[in-house]
Design a protein around this ligand. Structure first.
Ligand SMILES: C[S@@+](CC[C@H](N)C(=O)[O-])C[C@H]1O[C@@H](n2cnc3c(N)ncnc32)[C@H](O)[C@@H]1O
Length: 346
């Protein structure tokens, strides 16, 4: 289908009826199409566009009453199909912004299901849902960029990197966990032929410079931090594990050291996401999230967004739903149903 030339021929006409006849013909042809994606030619190369998007745009043109408005919409559609308006830090074509329905721009993220496709498994207690790195990689990186996750856990970020064509480095303290992540990662196809590297070690003290030099990596274009939520889950008995911090102060100090150790390798102007939840201790709400936010800002990061994400309770708590509801009513507190995702820019 030659959509662009149909639009161009409509734009050359000065009679609204004639324009609508040309566009109406394209609209009915598209309605009869079975494919979700329509291929069209631009400067001799094949381009694709979603059929439902095209139908919506053409319908709007057909419903317009004046020739000026009709031409305005036609020109806009022509531009969106022929001119790429890409930012520096992602591959989103802003001339076709309406098509990115999968990218969230609101600050409330509610997911009812985790993506458990391919190598993603829900079996690592304390992992985040793949949709979190997926959203950020699409919005703040391009293919071939380098991403660092210094609290790698089961490798969720690197699996998403592989899927989206971003290179990734993960650091994980626990040898067993790192080994399992490696195995999981190997099970994910590498269609974009990117590189994923995994180091076992303490992210607060690991010396990144020589490791990166060896890999010929100069810097990162995105940083994602998903630390333990202090001691809510004990990840190991290792003293360097953030989940073994003896106090909130120590937890923040350890977290701050990881930030200080990785911050220099993030390019200026680039983004960093922190995923963290609060906790209760001796009947008191400990605002870990806000403490962590302050720590990030004290290291030089600029806060760009605070996102609230729904939080699935642990299986143990889910099985004791009624007991927890009773305790909440009696004890004057609220049951955690959310966590925070803070977005920062360097
Ligand atoms: C909340 S989990 C991250 C889960 C990960 N996002 C995933 O989807 O599997 C935190 C991880 O940080 C690791 N960790 C704790 N202290 C660390 C440190 N000092 N250096 C590196 N990793 C650490 C823990 O072993 C745990 O696997």
């Amino acid at each position: 289908m030659n959509i662009l030339s149909a639009i161009e021929s409509a734009l050359a006409k000065e009679n609204l009826e004639v324009i609508k006849r040309i566009i109406g013909k394209v609209f009915s042809e598209l309605e009869d199409h079975n494919n979700k994606i329509i291929i069209y030619t631009l400067n001799g190369t094949d381009q694709s566009v979603r059929r439902d998007f095209l139908l919506k745009e053409l319908k709007q043109i057909l419903e317009t009453k004046t020739i000026e408005r009709t031409k305005y919409y036609l020109n806009r559609l022509h531009k969106s199909l022929s001119v790429q308006k890409e930012g520096k830090i992602n591959e989103i074509n802003l001339n076709r912004w309406k098509e990115y329905e999968d990218i969230i721009t609101d600050s409330l993220w509610i997911f009812d299901k985790r993506d458990s496709s391919g190598a993603h498994k829900a079996d690592y207690w304390g992992n985040f849902i793949p949709q979190i790195p997926n959203q950020f990689l699409k919005r703040f990186t391009k293919k071939g960029d380098w991403v660092l996750d210094p609290f790698l856990g089961s490798g969720t970020t690197l699996i998403e990197c592989k899927r989206l064509g971003r290179n990734g480095i993960g650091i994980e303290l626990n040898k067993k966990v790192a080994k399992a992540a490696k195995g999981r990662l190997a099970a994910e196809k590498n269609i974009f032929e990117i590189r994923t590297e995994l180091f076992t070690g303490d992210s607060s003290t690991i010396i990144l410079q020589p490791l990166l030099r060896k890999l010929k990596v100069k810097s990162f274009q995105f940083l994602i931090l998903h630390p333990p939520y202090w001691d809510i889950i004990k990840f190991s008995s290792n003293r360097s594990d953030l989940s073994n911090a003896k106090s909130t102060e120590e937890f923040l100090k350890m977290f701050g050291k990881v930030v200080g150790n990785t911050y220099p390798f993030l390019d200026k102007g680039r983004y960093c996401a922190v995923v963290i939840g609060d906790k209760y201790s001796s009947g008191e709400w400990i605002p870990l999230g806000f403490y962590v936010m302050r720590e990030m800002m004290s290291k030089g990061f600029k806060l760009k967004s605070t996102i609230i994400k729904n939080f699935d309770q642990t299986t143990a708590k889910r099985n004791q739903k009624e007991l927890w509801r009773y305790r909440a009513l009696a004890g004057g507190f609220y049951i955690f149903k959310h966590e925070y995702i803070f977005l920062f820019q360097k």
